[in-house]
Design a protein around this ligand. Structure first.
Ligand code: FAD
Length: 536
């Protein structure tokens, strides 16, 4: 009997056989990501509460079996459910309780399995004036998994990690820690204050392998009196640097308090449809001529036929305030763009629109009933659609399914390369040039989005999109990613987040960062059972 077999028997005793999965089909599916991986998953365990997480980790220590925690496992483009090194998956999706909700102070306390869609329906049922900030991924992805990766979403609370507090963390040994004021029984400010008193330990648990987060408090943005979504575009690449500088100044001055995104024309087209294999005579990458014709007939949005296409939102206190906000943006941003349009929205009419488009039985959304503009507007209101997941089918030769999109299952190839760049035109231009040049060298379209979620930096998300069912594509995509990452790091544009295959691909560091982290790891995880290799 090997360690896994013995550990499995003990896990079955405490979790029940139905929560310890080892059928070959289930394991094979969990070992499948959106790019090539070789890691093995011997088992999946599904604890149902914090105590079971604690006991499960103690068993992992006893038998020396590595465990990799997931909230909902939709880390698509970065590794999906696949661990960095061979490990048992600890699937936390059964723990999907919304444990606390406070309308006045605008927060919810949630467990790892709570998805954005679940939270949206919860708030609607409560007739809440609060909204959940959504990512471009599926609304069925968890909030906590996204927090643990320090992901970003839309709106004023787009910087996920900046809007959470009060972590409950199970350490690899099975001990349990509460962060901030939550460490005191009866503390009144545990869910409304980030720092507490004394050292702030929370930072240790995101992008790391030092603990399993079993609950936290998420702050929510109240819905404004008037919400305006602003769409704009430029048709000339040369206009991008000045546009970026203007957007930074608008953010720093507080005129824009929401996330600002800029999608290039390739990204927009990949959201609207699939690669025109026939018109391209089965060749790749897309030629500028075909891209031009696609833009002319397939923009989906009048404003978004530019080389760069932007969106942001204005949250205003009254109609008069909204008029002033709009006038200011028209004056400052207007001259820097070729097209700009403002949409004023009303929460209940948009929610009705979603209801009309949703099949009550399956919960699937008929995208034919919602325009692309409406899709993007709904995102700023915390109303969940399928996000940008259709882009993962861009290079597939089979049609994108009408519902239940699942890039892992359907052989969709996507790898995200995500450098963080100062919020200025010069650096954005330099980093985008490296990405575009490298993508083209490998025969991929440069598919880019610039995500301004904070005032002083932009996270670029470059998507390498390919068809995993075509021989050689997996290898080419990984080579492209590695080359791009190397070139970006050399120029000082370090990624804010890593794929599971590139955890050790960063530049050599100065100082003792890694040595200190190793010391902490040795103390918190002496047997090295929690997510070995993750961000090490
Ligand atoms: C088209 C597309 C668009 C996307 N758009 C965005 C976007 O806008 N913003 C964005 O951030 N991402 C985006 N993503 C990436 C990804 O899909 C999301 O970040 C998604 O939320 C992650 O899935 P999850 O919540 O199921 O996390 P999981 O897969 O459950 O977790 C992610 C990682 O965090 C760790 N982890 C998870 N839970 C815990 C826990 N409880 N304790 C300790 N560690 C834990 C694990 O190591 C895990 O691998 C996009 C992906 C695609 C394909």
């Amino acid at each position: 009997m090997n360690n896994y077999t013995e550990a499995m028997m003990t896990w079955k005793l405490i979790l029940g056989s139905e929560n310890v999965l080892n059928s070959p089909e289930v394991l094979k599916s969990a070992e499948t990501a959106t790019f090539q991986t070789a890691q093995k998953i011997p088992l999946i365990i599904r604890p149902g509460n914090r105590e079971e997480v604690q006991s499960s980790l103690k068993i992992a220590n006893d038998f020396g079996t590595p465990v990799y925690p997931l909230s909902t496992g939709k880390n698509w483009g970065l590794g999906s459910r696949v661990p960095v090194k061979d490990a048992v998956i600890m699937d936390l999706s059964r723990m999907n309780g919304i444990l606390d909700y406070n309308e006045e102070l605008a927060y919810v306390t949630i467990e790892p399995g709570v998805s954005c869609r679940q939270l949206y329906h919860f708030l609607r049922e409560k007739k809440s004036r609060l909204m959940v900030s959504l990512t471009g991924s599926t609304p069925d992805a968890s909030v906590i998994g996204n927090v643990m990766e320090r992901g970003h979403s839309k709106g004023q609370y787009a910087d996920r990690y900046a809007n959470v507090c009060g972590f409950e963390v199970v350490l690899p040994t099975g001990e349990c820690l509460n962060s901030g004021f939550e460490r005191f029984d009866g503390a009144k400010a545990g869910k409304v204050n980030r720092w507490g008193v004394g050292p702030v330990l929370e930072g240790l648990f995101s992008q790391s392998n030092l603990g399993v987060v079993t609950k936290l408090t998420l702050w929510l943005q109240p819905f404004p009196e008037v919400l305006q979504t602003v769409f704009f575009s430029v048709s000339d690449e040369a206009k991008l640097p000045e546009l970026i500088d203007t957007l930074r100044d608008l953010r720093l001055s507080g005129a824009i308090r929401s996330s600002v995104s800029l999608l290039n024309d390739y990204r927009v087209q990949s959201e609207l449809g699939q690669y025109p294999w026939e018109r391209m005579n089965n060749k790749s990458p897309l030629s500028p001529e075909i891209l031009r014709t696609m833009k002319a007939i397939n923009t989906g949005m009048e404003t978004w036929d530019g080389v760069w296409n932007g969106e942001t939102a204005l949250y205003s206190l009254s109609a008069a305030h909204a008029d002033a906000d709009e006038a200011h943006l028209r004056k400052v941003l207007g001259p820097k763009v070729d097209k700009i349009i403002f949409h004023r929205q009303n929460l209940s009419s948009m929610a009705d629109l979603l209801e009309q488009a949703t099949d009550p039985e399956s919960g699937n959304i008929d995208r034919q009933k919602v325009t692309y503009t409406e899709c993007r507007m709904l995102g700023f209101m915390g109303i969940p659609l399928a996000g940008s997941v259709p882009i993962t089918y861009w290079k597939k030769r089979t049609p994108t399914p009408a519902s239940d999109l699942n890039p892992d299952r359907d052989g969709c190839g996507i790898i995200w390369c995500s450098p963080t760049v100062p919020f200025n035109g010069k650096d954005i231009e330099a980093a985008s040039e490296i990405i575009s040049r490298t993508m083209r060298e490998f025969g991929f379209e440069p598919n880019l989005c610039l995500n301004g979620v904070t005032d002083r930096s932009i996270d670029i998300t470059a998507a390498i999109l390919f068809d995993r069912d075509i021989d050689g594509e997996d290898r080419k995509a990984i080579q492209c990613y590695n080359k791009m990452l190397g070139r970006l790091c050399t120029e000082g544009y370090i990624p804010y987040r890593l794929t599971i295959h590139s955890m050790d691909a960063l530049l050599e560091e100065k100082g003792d960062h890694t040595a200190v982290l190793r010391k902490i790891k040795r103390v918190l995880d002496p047997v090295n059972i929690l997510a070995p290799g993750r961000y090490e």
